[in-house]
Write a protein that binds this ligand. Structure first.
Ligand SMILES: Cc1cc2nc3c(=O)[nH]c(=O)nc-3n(C[C@H](O)[C@H](O)[C@H](O)COP(=O)(O)O)c2cc1C
Length: 368
């Protein structure tokens, strides 16, 4: 049997639908607790963070996304029924994709999708494999974040690196949280953000693209979230993050660096913080044995450089099966990272919401 993979979560089930150039992109949330205050404006505010209004560093496709709540909300509150949220695709230009449809873009999903679906995949704008689909994740994340806020949990992401430009100043979580959307690259430090922007502009001028690193923080997550073995919290967060196109690596806490440390350096010593047990350091990234420890969840993703680049690349013409060359034209992001920040935030938020409902931290019916 062929099991489709468009849903994620066990109690807070997120089902994504839509393609890049069809009428709508949307999401259905089943299992959202009742009596959560929710308006279109709440979801709209999160969707508005998706596209930095700076054409120097993004694609020229600027969708003026207007969120519609299609179901599941009555008199401003969720009713425990499936919630469907949609936006329309309006700024669609499929012309460039006709010329390229038999020339798979290196690094994109064109080739694998064509082979898997027998040539019937919607190739326009990358179809189901477009970054555009992350708007569904962001709408789901908006609801998840409101649920998490009910129990004091906050999730926020920001840009840690773009190409070789790294943000390594120490800011408080509050400074990161409040500053992250003030710059187009989604880095809370103005000086580093300018350097990141310059690096993207230079790559674009060279007909090339850049990748980067995003860090996501889950603050105030209580101890005991996560269902070992196979639904370990870190496993499920990693899975959700890997659904974002172009994500190629996920690490928690010290991550890959932990492999180079000694046990004595990597272990986070326990200590009393007020009347609870905490750790002196957070190399474990807030998760031990697949269960939240009460320390902040710290997770980073590696985002690859945008596959569609103007530089000439080698490919194969799938009509003649001969080697060919390709210069990708059309509207593409020279760097995916800024747009992936709210998507990453949402991926972690929907996973935490699902697990916190499962473990009983969030009740099925909230109090008004
Ligand atoms: C927000 C976002 C925007 C993206 N924009 C583009 C783009 O403009 N051009 C492009 O070639 N790929 C873009 N991508 C990446 C491709 O969708 C992705 O690389 C492709 O589907 C292959 O999947 P994989 O990289 O996860 O293997 C974007 C991804 C995201 C998350």
């Amino acid at each position: 049997m062929w099991l489709a993979g468009n849903s994620i979560g066990k109690e807070f089930v997120v089902t994504s639908f839509g393609e890049s150039h069809v009428k709508i992109v949307g999401v259905t949330l089943d299992g959202c607790p009742a009596v959560l205050a929710l308006t279109e404006a709440d979801v709209q505010a999160e969707v508005d963070t998706r596209i930095p209004r700076d054409l120097k560093i993004t694609s020229e496709r600027i969708e003026k996304d207007k969120v519609t709540i299609q179901s599941g909300v009555f008199n401003g509150f969720t009713i425990g029924a499936p919630i469907t949220l949609t936006v329309e695709n309006r700024d669609v230009d499929s012309s460039d994709y006709e010329a390229m449809k038999d020339l798979p873009r290196p690094g994109h999903a064109d080739y694998t999708a064509r082979m898997k679906y027998g040539g019937f995949n919607d190739y326009r704008g990358g179809g189901r494999f477009s970054g555009r689909i992350t708007v569904a994740l962001i709408m789901a994340g908006a609801v998840a974040k409101r649920l998490l806020n009910q129990v004091g949990v906050d999730v926020f992401a920001y840009t840690k690196a773009i190409g070789n430009v790294k943000f390594d100043k120490s800011l408080t979580y509050e400074e990161v949280r409040s500053g992250r959307y003030k710059t187009a690259v989604r880095c809370p430090d103005m000086e580093t953000a300018e350097k990141m922007e310059e690096a993207i502009v230079t790559a674009r001028k060279e007909g090339d693209s850049l990748g980067g690193i995003i860090e996501i923080i889950g603050a105030n997550v209580p101890i005991g979230v996560g269902e070992p073995l196979f639904d370990a919290l870190d496993a499920d967060i990693a899975k959700a993050l890997f659904t974002i196109p172009a994500v190629k690596g996920v690490e928690f806490g010290a991550g890959f660096k932990a492999a180079t440390l000694k046990g004595s350096e990597n272990n986070d010593a326990f200590q009393m913080i007020g009347d609870t047990v905490g750790t002196l350091t957070n190399n474990h990234g807030g998760i031990l044995g697949g269960i939240s420890s009460g320390m902040p969840i710290v997770v980073r993703i590696a985002v690859k450089p945008t596959p569609s680049i103007a530089k000439e690349q080698q490919t194969v013409a799938l009509t003649t099966m001969e080697n060919a060359t390709l210069k990708v034209v059309g509207r593409h992001d020279p760097c995916i990272v800024p747009k992936a920040v709210p998507a990453a935030e949402s991926a972690v938020a929907i996973t935490l919401a699902d697990h916190m409902i499962r473990a009983g931290f969030i009740p099925r019916v909230l109090k008004e």
